[in-house]
Ligand binder design. Structure first.
Ligand code: NAP
Length: 216
């Protein structure tokens, strides 16, 4: 079965991805900052490896990459993100820097795989819609993520890897809150369907969980 690595799978959308891929028999590698206390990750039946990773920690990223030396990652999904309760440095490190550090470390394993797909969760809050950079910190961090993605994605594409960034919807997680309009299941089901159907020509797109193109 194919292999998926899900970054930030302790709860929310990342946990939903881990549950859904495991239910279909994939080899799932799910990262959490607290592997000693894996919470709901430990309850998932199937082929699931729980791996420790704080995405700000370069040594931990290297250790994760070592685990895939010579191995393959069919889908790499970066779901880790922060919205509130952190300072500017942490917001930028987690939302804008870490996704690229992680892809850089795991890229060869993705490029060796059969599916060769990368999905990074951004947000509609990071869109400029033709205007300037979003003024709130979270929007700014996701806008930087989007800009960096557009800059580097052609290199990834040239190496045969198909990558997209997703707005997952306004999703009922700790981050999205209870009144959010999209369930974790709807969001994850939609994004998994979209990822499964991605062709190389789709690489570089900003998509919603339902597969629509989102303006930058
Ligand atoms: N929910 C929404 O409405 C919404 C809308 C637009 C975009 N998004 C994006 O979708 C992604 C997932 O959001 P969510 O709603 O599932 O959020 P969530 O429920 O708050 O979960 C966030 C996840 O990120 C992990 N994380 C945070 N900082 C980390 C770090 N330094 N190292 C490793 N993992 C870290 C958390 O781990 P811990 O448990 O250790 O904290 C948790 O697993 C995020 O990128 C978010 O910006 C969400």
């Amino acid at each position: 079965m194919p292999t998926v690595v899900i970054i930030g799978a302790s709860r929310g959308i990342g946990l939903g991805f881990a549950q859904a891929y495991a239910a279909e028999g994939w080899e799932v590698h799910a990262t959490t900052r607290t592997p000693e206390n894996p919470g709901e990750l430990a309850d998932i039946a199937g082929n699931v490896s729980i791996r420790g990773l704080d995405v700000r920690n370069a040594d931990q990223i290297s250790a994760l990459a070592e685990a895939f030396e010579g191995g393959v990652i069919d889908h790499l999904i970066n779901s880790a993100g922060v919205l509130r309760g952190v300072d500017r440095d942490e917001m930028m490190a987690v939302n804008a820097d870490a996704p690229f550090n992680i892809v850089a470390a795991l890229f060869d394993a993705v490029a060796r795989s059969t599916h060769k797909k990368i999905a990074i969760l951004t947000s509609q809050m990071g869109a400029r819609h033709g205007g300037g950079t979003p003024s709130d910190l979270y929007g700014e961090s996701k806008c930087i993520l989007n800009d960096r993605f557009r800059e580097i994605e052609p290199e990834w594409r040239a190496a045969g890897v198909t990558s997209v960034v997703f707005h997952p919807g306004w999703v009922a997680t700790d981050m999205g809150g209870r009144s959010a309009s999209v369930s974790i299941d709807e969001s994850v089901t939609g994004m998994r369907r979209v990822i499964a159907g991605l062709a190389p020509a789709d690489s570089g797109k900003f998509l919603t969980w339902s597969g629509a193109e989102h303006p930058w």
